[in-house]
Ligand binder design. Structure first.
Ligand SMILES: Nc1nc2c(c(=O)[nH]1)N[C@H]1C(S)=C(S)[C@@H](COP(=O)(O)OP(=O)(O)OC[C@H]3O[C@@H](n4cnc5c(=O)[nH]c(N)nc54)[C@H](O)[C@@H]3O)O[C@H]1N2
Ligand SMILES: Nc1nc2c(c(=O)[nH]1)N[C@H]1C(S)=C(S)[C@@H](COP(=O)(O)OP(=O)(O)OC[C@H]3O[C@@H](n4cnc5c(=O)[nH]c(N)nc54)[C@H](O)[C@@H]3O)O[C@H]1N2
Ligand code: SF4
Ligand SMILES: [Mo]
Length: 793
């Protein structure tokens, strides 16, 4: 079956009707030639190659990972796995870093743990003694375990006292958190995946779910294959598989989401598809919202977004006349200049119709990475642990009591420092010690020329926890070999609040250690202690860290107090909040339509969506939200960079189904690598033709920041837009940095979530050379060759 699932990405459909349970389908992949009876034991886990979090058992033989099998009782996947889940684990078995590396005379050389940690501690201690906590920055991930994040959060906040902590989650799901906080007072996903099993319509906002959560798309395909399927509406400049399956496809011009959203809201209001009594009782801000969206007539929206006015009306009608809608939002919205504003408008659509907190009516402000949710919950993104408000003294005091430290140690005098600002401080040298773990910024951050200069400069000492040599390790001062998934135990939480336990199946290679072990070792060597002289952190095992987290989360929205490793082992996933009162977890939150906006409970007081200016405690109190949702509005503004004569095309960057991010795992799994071996540039036939470009030609894409070269894929993307996958760096091609999408992208971010605008930006495309066959882009995804005009190649 191995190669079938590269062609047949989603596997056989198992149609079902609304309200029936989603059928089981167990997907398995074992190393060549092995049969299930050859497996010595199976170890419970969940997949870490996207935010879906499909339950999986890892097959072990002779102390080695030899395969995976979906867990049939898993509430997220019912046994299914996608191509990355089936094949991606194989990438972990090759080319691992097995000893610490330290930089001597410009090159990385092998060292012992004592030598490497000695260097780390020496530099850290010297900077803390001379410059204090603000000299330290931590830039982490959405791919570590909850226990690892919480441990680092406690070290950073209670041990060191630095506000400079963030994750690559800033590039990923910062907007999900921001949009939920703006509308509902705290982070926390209102809906549940089971809402897809009963809904009447699904809206996809900048979300290519078919390629980025393939098992979630399988669930949607199964509804489409059953009786009474829901309608689908897709907002994406590309003709993705989602767009193909949709009843309405709004191929908006990049950078115009907010105009479209205002138009949809206006239609709802003008056609009176509004539940006025519900809005009156459960929200604040209707009048201002109605005023703000008023200018966005369907004609006006059609002009700004370059879509058909009747499609805007039709989409609004689907929303306005359905009883149960599920909305999913992801990077086409999050990675843009009005990211939080546009994502909040999705919440507003649901609020106007009272459409949440009941079966089938759900908002999924999606996550991307498998453990991004835990980064946010534990506060290693700089927020205070447990969705606490840094601007609320009693929340800070709770943490001070829990950690037994003076509250002044816990950074709360200003908002946490976001990743883009951390890199700015590292550029200036005010951060002289930067610890990176579980992310490869030398490929994934915008404007790579600048990022390479920052990490490679002498002004900052860079420590990297990594499993593979990659573009970032090559710029580090110390590299610490890290254990990966399956080589350590921990928990993590998917998009719909489902917590899974991932048990250790095999030993890590060589001297590699878990991030948890590395940080506990660092803390012990630094001698961090609390007011009673006890070590910070008080634990050194994952299970004890989890128990520490249960206490920290108690009474907060993300309450894990009723969970334990014992309970998670053998379960099909448990959704938080899980408490003594709800011992089996909680499927849906806000079922009583009381939101987390009370002054003393909320995670922040909200922002002006246009400028990012923070609302203060007094202003918040004056609004008397008090459990009512905040309806927040903003006009559309043009993006910081729009196509011009010099750079006439709009740039989008993103993903293909076969690779995960910077490919450290997926390029080492043969099936996935062969399916998409090199970068490409998607361009519409209308734009390619006047440039003399046909399928497979080598083209150059240039922006004001940099350039890349790759083969052209003439695809069904909307005219005026180009798309480049961001997966391809340079470490596997001798350092030639000319195919990475982030050579082109701009250093700009959303004013509220501070998420960088990877979608958007202006480029020009020129032909470099004739091709010798089609580009390496897949043909069974959004990147397929165009059907609009038949072309050579
Ligand atoms: N195969 C695979 N799956 C993954 C990942 C992966 O690397 N590979 N990564 C995971 C992670 S961390 C994440 S964050 C998610 C991301 O998942 P998605 O957000 O689904 O993926 P992207 O390809 O980044 O972007 C989605 C779509 O946004 C569209 N888009 C571009 N510009 C605009 C715009 O201005 N407006 C609108 N409406 N749409 C626009 C693009 O055409 C693209 O199809 O995927 C997760 N799943
Ligand atoms: N142009 C453009 N840029 C983008 C995006 C885009 O759409 N367009 N998307 C953005 C988004 S949403 C994301 S999420 C980022 C992703 O960007 P990155 O986070 O930089 O990508 P990854 O390749 O997942 O990097 C994770 C690294 O951690 C290592 N790793 C994996 N597991 C572990 C572990 O347990 N411990 C340790 N220590 N290391 C581990 C892997 O080997 C890998 O090198 O890219 C962002 N950048
Ligand atoms: S959908 Fe995501 S979590 Fe599930 S198997 Fe695929 S990559 Fe893994
Ligand atoms: Mo992401």
């Amino acid at each position: 079956m191995a190669h079938d699932r590269i062609k047949d990405i989603w596997g056989p459909t198992t149609g079902f009707a609304a309200g029936e349970p989603w059928p089981i389908r167990v997907d398995t992949h074992l190393r060549d030639g092995l049969r299930e009876e050859d497996v010595e034991h199976w170890v419970q886990s969940a997949c870490v190659l996207c935010s879906n979090g499909c339950g999986v058992d890892i097959a072990v033989r002779d102390g080695q990972m030899v395969g995976v099998r979906g867990r049939e009782d898993d509430r997220v996947s019912r046994g299914r796995l996608g191509p990355k889940g089936l094949f991606g684990w194989q990438g972990q078995l090759r080319d691992r870093i097995t000893t610490p590396l330290v930089r001597r005379n410009g090159t990385l050389v092998e060292a012992s743990w004592d030598e490497a940690m000695g260097l780390v501690v020496e530099r850290s201690r010297a900077l803390l003694d001379t410059k204090g906590p603000l000299s330290h920055g931590f830039y982490t991930s959405g791919q570590l375990m909850l226990e690892e994040y919480y441990t680092l959060a406690v070290i950073g906040k209670a041990g060191i006292g630095t506000p400079h902590m963030d994750g690559n989650t800033r590039l990923c799901t910062a907007t999900a958190a921001a949009a939920l906080k703006e509308s509902f007072g705290t982070d926390g996903q209102p809906g549940s995946y089971t809402d897809l099993d009963v809904c009447d319509a699904v809206f996809h906002y900048g979300h290519n779910v078919a390629e980025t959560q393939t098992v979630l798309w399988a669930r949607m395909l199964d509804r489409l294959a059953g009786p009474n399927p829901p309608l689908h509406v897709c907002v994406d400049p590309r003709r993705t598989k989602v767009a193909e399956a949709s009843d309405v496809h709004l191929a908006v011009r990049p950078g115009t989401n907010q105009a479209l959203m205002n138009g949809l809201l206006r239609e709802l209001i003008h056609r009176d598809w509004v539940d006025h009594a519900w809005v009156e009782e459960h929200t604040v801000g209707y009048d201002e919202l109605a005023r703000t969206v008023e200018p966005y007539t369907p004609q006006q929206v059609a002009e700004i977004c370059r879509v058909e006015a009747r499609d805007v009306e039709r989409a609004a009608e689907v929303f306005g006349t359905s009883d149960r809608v599920v909305s999913t939002v992801l990077q086409g919205f999050y990675q843009s200049h009005q990211a939080t504003a546009a994502s909040v408008q999705v919440n507003n659509l649901h609020l106007l119709r009272g459409m949440l907190g009941r079966p089938g009516a759900a908002i999924l402000q999606m996550n991307g990475q498998p453990t991004a949710q835990n980064n946010r919950e534990t506060g290693v993104d700089g927020d205070l642990s447990g969705f606490r408000n840094w601007n609320n003294e009693s929340h800070v005091q709770e943490l001070a009591d829990l950690w037994d430290v003076d509250p002044v140690v816990i950074p709360h005098w200003s908002p946490p420092t976001h990743a883009m600002q951390i890199f700015r401080y590292a550029e200036q040298g005010s951060i002289g010690f930067l610890w990176i773990a579980g992310t490869n910024p030398a490929v994934s951050m915008p404007d790579l020329g600048r990022i390479r200069r920052i990490l490679g400069g002498d002004q900052v000492f860079v420590v990297v926890n990594e499993a593979f040599r990659n573009e970032t390790t090559e710029l580090a001062d110390v590299v610490l070999p890290s254990a990966l998934w399956g080589e350590k135990t921990g928990t993590f939480t998917n998009v719909d609040r489902t917590v899974h336990l991932a048990d250790k199946a095999v030993d890590p290679p060589g001297q590699a250690r878990s991030d948890l072990d590395i940080w506990v070792d660092y803390a012990r060597r630094m001698g961090f202690t609390d007011r009673s002289g006890r070590p910070i952190p008080r634990w050194d095992s994952p299970e004890d860290a989890f128990d520490g987290w249960r206490e920290c989360s108690r009474g907060r929205p993300c309450d894990y107090s009723g969970m334990s490793y014992a309970k998670l082992r053998g379960s099909g996933g448990i959704q938080w909040p899980c408490t003594d009162d709800a011992p089996e977890g909680t499927e849906r939150i806000y079922t009583d339509h009381v939101f987390n906006t009370q002054d003393d409970y909320c995670e922040n007081y909200g922002h002006d969506l246009l400028t990012g200016a923070a609302v203060d405690a007094t202003e918040h109190k004056a609004m008397r939200y008090d459990g009512r949702a905040r309806l927040k509005a903003a006009p559309w503004t043009p993006p910081p960079e729009f196509p011009s004569d010099e750079y006439p095309l709009g740039l989008g960057t993103g993903r293909t189904v076969f690779h995960f991010h910077t490919r450290t795992k997926t390029m080492r799994a043969a099936e996935l690598d062969e399916a998409a071996p090199d970068a490409w540039v998607e361009i519409a036939p209308e734009d390619a033709e006047p440039l003399g470009i046909v399928e497979g030609d080598l083209v150059r894409v240039e922006s004001a920041r940099g350039a890349l070269e790759a083969k052209a894929r003439v695809s069904d993307i909307r005219p005026g837009a180009v798309f480049v996958p961001f997966h391809y760096g340079d470490v596997d091609r001798g350092g030639r940095p000319t195919r990475a999408a982030n050579e082109l992208t701009i250093t700009a971010w959303d004013p509220v979530s501070k998420q960088p605008a990877f979608k958007g930006g202006a480029v020009r495309v020129t032909k470099v050379a004739d091709g010798d066959g089609p580009s390496p882009a897949p043909d069974n995804t959004a990147s397929a060759r165009t059907s609009r005009t038949s072309r050579k190649g």
